[in-house]
Design a protein around this ligand. Structure first.
Ligand code: 13P
Length: 247
């Protein structure tokens, strides 16, 4: 069975200024010099997409609106992201689900809008601490997956990121057994939806990934890359994660 090329993506969240161009330049130099055994993506805040583009690293976005244009003050559409050269957009990150009350239906509409423009949607799912403690992890993730992937989604336009909410920015990570269990359930759902092509959908793990734990987490079955927050802000830290894919 062929496995998809891993995707290691940095989600800068609401961090980064024009001076961050130097981090992209540094990362680009490291990859040029030492290579990368995976696909590399940075999703900076929208304000930096243009400035960071064209430096040899794929640049994506952290969110898009479900409509392509119109009276939506402050929002950014998938067509605008495509216009800037983005190939990826994160949708349904837990911080957006929590801070902006985004539902599965909204996440699905955003993923659909992105895919209509030929962008790949990185659809985020993951349980809260309370849900894990109540033994609801697999049910929560299943309903998020079922509710957030567009009916007409194509394999090429879909990446799933499993990010347990309690592991984000906390330094805590699930055991490799727990990651394997959730990723196996996600893979089964993808196979159910896409048939055997479901094997080609990348499933990233996210939540306190750093250079010191990347190799172990990335070796778990059905983990096809990482979605990285804090450790993606500095080129050196992020490159340390990328090297998990060097043999
Ligand atoms: P941290 O890597 O900072 O835990 O964040 C993970 C995340 O939310 C990436 O989208």
């Amino acid at each position: 069975m062929t496995t998809p090329k891993a995707l290691v993506a940095g989600n800068w969240k609401m961090n980064g200024l024009m001076t961050s161009v130097r981090e992209i330049n540094a990362l680009s130099n490291m990859i040029e010099k030492n290579g990368a055994g995976c696909e590399v993506l940075i999703c900076p805040p929208a304000t930096l997409i243009h400035a960071l583009s064209g430096k040899g690293i794929d640049i994506g976005a952290q969110d898009c609106h479900m409509m392509q244009n119109g009276a939506h003050t402050g929002d950014i559409s998938a067509v605008m992201l495509k216009d800037l050269g983005c190939r990826y957009v994160i949708v349904g990150h837990s911080e957006r689900r929590a801070d902006h009350f985004e539902t599965n239906d909204m996440v699905k509409a955003k993923a659909h809008a992105a895919q209509m423009q030929g962008l790949t949607a990185i659809i985020c799912v993951g349980e809260t601490n309370t849900q894990r403690e109540n033994g609801e992890t697999l049910d929560v993730v299943t309903s998020q997956i079922m509710g957030s992937i567009p009916e007409d989604a194509a394999v090429a336009g879909t990446v799933i990121a499993y990010e347990p909410v309690w592991a984000i920015g906390t330094g805590k990570t699930p055991t490799t057994e727990d990651v394997a269990e959730v990723h196996a359930v996600i893979r089964a759902l993808l196979l159910n939806k896409f048939g055997t092509d479901g094997n080609m959908v990348r499933i990233q793990y996210g939540g306190s990934v750093k250079a010191s734990n990347a190799k172990e987490l990335m070796a778990v079955p059905n983990v096809n890359g990482a979605l990285v927050g804090g450790a993606s802000l500095k080129a050196e830290d992020f490159y340390g994660i990328i090297t998990a894919y060097q043999s």
